[in-house]
Design a protein around this ligand. Structure first.
Ligand code: ZN
Length: 211
């Protein structure tokens, strides 16, 4: 790839964190009104969960289907809350799920680096670019929950896990067993769906009761 591995890992982690920091910075210094972001975070989380599950949908249709059904059902069963569209618990669940996801993606980044060439470069760029959206989702969830500082910490934490996973995988030529990766992906997809759909339900419920 021409670049040293530490440069690629830290570069990818830092650029990836920008999405989360941009959201938190914007809402803590520029615009504290969070009602308009409340409506978008649910859709963002549903989008990411489908993106996470997508690569698995053809190879593991039952597991990905189960992930969608379980996540969707829990989201529909949870009572709507009118005080906030994302609770601190939901923000933390989002962060934990995407940290788990970053653990996997760190290993993928190491594999992309080892593969090298154009394919490795495109994979590394794709990983970095879509992480911007994922940290932004974590940042937005915390902003809506009213926990700006925790959001910043969560973004740093998930990117630290990404770096550690990449370094460990690179050094030990480690690969995640497919079964473990599939189960993790299913759990991550489910959790994001629960928070995403539930948040949308709260927003919809709110707009109905106020109109
Ligand atoms: Zn990802």
């Amino acid at each position: 790839m021409g670049l040293k591995f530490p440069v690629v890992v830290f570069g990818s982690a830092t650029i990836g964190a920008c999405g989360g920091f941009a959201v938190i910075f914007y809402h803590s210094y520029v615009n504290r009104i969070k009602t308009h972001v409340a409506g978008s975070v649910g859709i963002l989380l549903i989008g990411i969960s489908l993106l996470v599950l997508l690569p698995m949908m053809t190879s593991q249709p039952i597991l990905s289907g189960l992930s969608v059904v379980v996540g969707g059902s829990i989201a529909m069963l949870l009572p709507v809350h009118d005080d906030t569209h994302v609770t601190p618990t939901e923000a933390t669940s989002t962060a934990v799920a995407l940290t788990l996801h970053q653990l996997m993606e760190g290993v993928v980044l190491a594999a992309a680096y080892v593969a090298g060439g154009v394919v490795g470069l495109i994979a590394a760029l794709f990983l970095t670019a879509h992480t911007v959206v994922e940290t932004a989702a974590v940042g937005t969830a915390y902003v809506v929950a009213g926990q700006y500082k925790r959001g910043g910490i969560a973004v740093v934490f998930m990117q630290t896990v990404y770096v550690i996973a990449a370094v460990v995988a690179f050094r030990s030529a480690l690969a995640v067993p497919p079964a473990a990766e599939h189960i993790t992906t299913a759990i991550v997809g489910s959790v994001l769906l629960v928070v995403g759909i539930h948040s949308c339900r709260c927003v919809i419920d709110d707009s109905i009761s106020y109109s």
